[in-house]
Ligand binder design. Sequence first.
Ligand code: ATP
Length: 251
Amino acid sequence: MWCLVTVISVSNSVSDVAEGLTANRRTVAMFGGTFDPIHHAHLRLALELRDRLAFDQVLLLPCALPTHRESPGCSADQRLEMVRLAVGDEPKLQVDDRELLSDEPSYSYHSLLSLRQQLGDDVSLTMVMGADALLKLDSWYRWQELLELGHILVVSRPGWHLTGDHPLADWVDQHRVENFERIQNSAAGGVYIQQLPGLDISATAIRQLIEGGSSPRYLLPDPVFDWIKQNHLYTGETQSKTGAETSNNDG
Ligand code: ATP
């Protein structure tokens, strides 16, 4: 159960985020993930953020493989194709392939930097992650500089929570913003916690179902499941890998 809201002190609005507050900024969310494969929790989360928090754009950004994660069961190109199939013609979501196109080792820091350079200094840019990802944030490449480039939005995830004794609790407390308008009206620097209806779906469980010969249907979009079947993914046989899979990503 997600309980960050209750275990972290709420007396911590971030005054320096308030500096440079400007109404009517463009708001862009970057939602990175391995998406191995993309599933309905990813998609609902992205759509809910777009609608509830009125982001102008929500970008789904498949990540190059982090070193601290297992090898994916398929190539970067295949993960990207599944994200494209999942989004389909949904106008509220967009796919961003910048991390997989790079020949360099790719980290979330670089993706955020690249987006900031593309969008300019005024846009409110927010990196989205689930509660499980937040708990490992301090292992990410240049993680403390992420807030210089954008905001961080943490979404509740069933089974994951940050307790007050976690090494990141004080850092979250220090940067946390209670009012989302502060995120909308500033370019970077805040951590915002968003509770969403929980969908207890994981890509790991989907891969395990397929490998075990069971159906993951209804946990992910049918076009994605059909494509997985056509390409015999996650069956336990060795899958081909692209160059992007060997990059030294660590968040
Ligand atoms: P795996 O099981 O392989 O670790 P996953 O289901 O966690 O995969 P990722 O692609 O690693 O999927 O996740 C991308 C982002 O989506 C991460 O920030 C993760 O925290 C978040 N996320 C994934 N599933 C959920 C969920 N059910 N609820 C909330 N957030 C989620």
